[in-house]
Design a protein around this ligand. Structure first.
Ligand code: ZN
Length: 497
């Protein structure tokens, strides 16, 4: 064969050389493990990271982008890889910005296992069924408009059918136990303390006799949260993916926040207005009910009726009550919610399940507490309650968590405008608005640094994810002051482990 070479034209030779070089590069690439950042970079939603060991491809989270219309368009874009090529998915927790594109992944060919914790097993079904119904409703509504305008009709991001197909792929794992999920790849989940079932993910990848450890913080909880255990302390990692939602600030002290909550409840009672709390159905709502029960026991809750106006929050609360063994609380007065339900802890709590029950609340002009989703007011029953209360001077709107850019919640919190449009009506923003920072389900700047500092001796390379750019950059500055090697990746960036 060598005798043929002199006959080859120089261009062909160069092509062959290039091919060989590419093959060498490909083999070298195969020898290494790569991680590609595909979401939650420079923002808090769309969590998704692709880990390619050469032999296997794993996806860490597959979340929805949430926020403005422009942001949410990204959910419909190509994944940037073939879903059928993914061997397994590892899910940190059941929030939609972490699991909300999983049904789309299945729709487009993914067939492998989805590893998650036992509590996430139940929650993820609740979240995704709800999301599928919302998708369907929104698409139908939009298509009516498009049909009238003679425009092309849209398809929902996924359907209930896709959710069903995903459900059979769920593979629950216990906390703190390592499982070899693929040859040479050990996975363990550790308490993240963020919502029920939330996990810090640790992957140990053994390749050619060398083990590399990747720790993905998931969403790290606020140790001040009353119900869940504190985030687990891990000490060894080569690479650490760390969330940075609150990378640029510390929460107000919890005691101040609870005082503010008590004062607001009293003030609303005096002025005769309603208290409206946009709440995240999973986690924050249960924390809030816990605190309201505490305040009631201390004699500081004037409102006799507390409406939980969210079918999803009601279902989530029931799932929480089934998992009291995962809680940080051994107060028997509280833990009996496992058998008697949440109303035993907070007398006056009313679960409002049907649309009729929800609409009846709209007729109450004052004197009650209404907890409704969604937490950032992007949809759900809260919009009706805002329509009926935001213009009232004596109403109080209490935000209990992060409001992403572009959401109605953020517009109300920013308070730069005098009115907003809700459900087709112009609503004057006259109500009093409060933000209870310490009820956040995320660790703040100091807590993030403290948690990461446990890795001090293994000195991992840190990548700050899941934070708006300013928050991530601010946290990066703190790390650099401590002499750490920390990057803020951009979408599409690829690193070698
Ligand atoms: Zn979360």
């Amino acid at each position: 064969m060598t005798g043929l070479f002199p006959l080859l034209l120089p261009g062909v030779l160069r092509g062959r050389e290039k091919q060989n070089n590419e093959r060498v590069q490909h083999n070298l690439d195969n020898a290494m493990t790569h991680l590609t950042f595909l979401g939650a970079t420079g923002q808090v939603t769309g969590s998704c990271y692709l880990l390619d060991t050469g032999a296997f491809r794993l996806l860490l989270d597959c979340g929805q982008f949430q926020g403005s219309k422009e942001t949410e368009k990204q959910n419909f874009a190509d994944f940037g890889f073939n879903p059928a090529d993914i061997d397994a998915v590892i899910l940190s927790h059941a929030h939609l910005d972490h699991c909300g594109r999983l049904p789309k992944l299945v729709k487009e060919g993914f067939k492998g296992p989805v590893y998650l914790t036992q509590a996430s097993f139940a929650l993820v079904e609740l979240m995704l069924r709800d999301a599928a119904n919302l998708q369907l409703r929104d698409t139908e509504w939009e298509n009516k408009r498009r049909e009238r305008a003679g425009k092309k009709l849209l398809e929902p991001l996924f359907t209930l059918d896709d959710v069903e197909k995903l459900m059979v792929l769920r593979s629950p794992l216990a906390y703190d136990e390592e499982t070899e999920i693929l040859p040479g790849i050990g996975l363990s989940f550790h308490e993240a303390g963020h919502i029920l079932g939330s996990a810090i993910v640790r992957l140990r990848i053994n390749k050619d006799g060398r083990t590399r450890t990747l720790v993905f913080s998931g969403d790290l909880g606020n140790p001040e949260s009353p119900l869940l255990r504190d985030p687990a302390v891990l000490t060894e990692a080569d690479v650490l993916l760390l969330e940075s939602t609150y990378g640029d600030r510390d929460h107000k002290p919890l005691s101040n926040t609870l005082d503010e909550l008590r004062d607001t409840l009293r003030e609303a009672d005096r002025s005769g207005g309603n208290v409206i709390i946009p709440a995240f159905a999973v986690g924050r709502t249960q924390d809030l009910i816990y605190w309201l029960g505490k305040i009631k026991r201390q004699g500081g809750l004037p409102q006799q009726q507390i409406y939980l106006d969210s079918p999803m929050a009601i279902s989530a609360s029931k799932i929480y009550a089934e998992h009291v063994h995962l809680f940080n609380i051994d107060d028997p007065e509280f833990t009996r919610i496992a058998s008697t339900g949440w109303e035993a802890w907070l007398p006056g709590l009313i679960f409002s399940e049907t649309p009729e029950e929800s609409m009846a609340i709209n007729r109450i002009a004052g004197g009650v507490i209404i907890i409704a989703g969604s937490g950032m007011c992007t949809g759900g029953r809260i919009r009706h309650h805002l329509k009926y209360n935001l213009w009232r001077r004596n109403a109080h709107i209490i935000f209990s968590g992060y409001q992403a850019e572009g959401t109605l919640g953020r517009i109300i919190v920013d308070g730069k405008r005098t009115y907003v449009k809700i459900l087709g009506a112009e609503i004057n923003m006259a109500a009093q608005v409060h933000t209870l920072g310490a009820l956040s389900a995320h660790a703040d700047q100091s807590q993030l640094l403290k948690w990461a500092n446990h890795f001090k001796s293994s000195r991992p390379r840190v990548y700050l994810i899941h934070g708006e750019k300013s928050a991530a950059l601010s946290l990066q500055t703190c790390f650099r002051r401590m002499g750490w090697n920390v990057d803020v990746p951009k979408e599409g960036d690829r690193i070698t482990l």
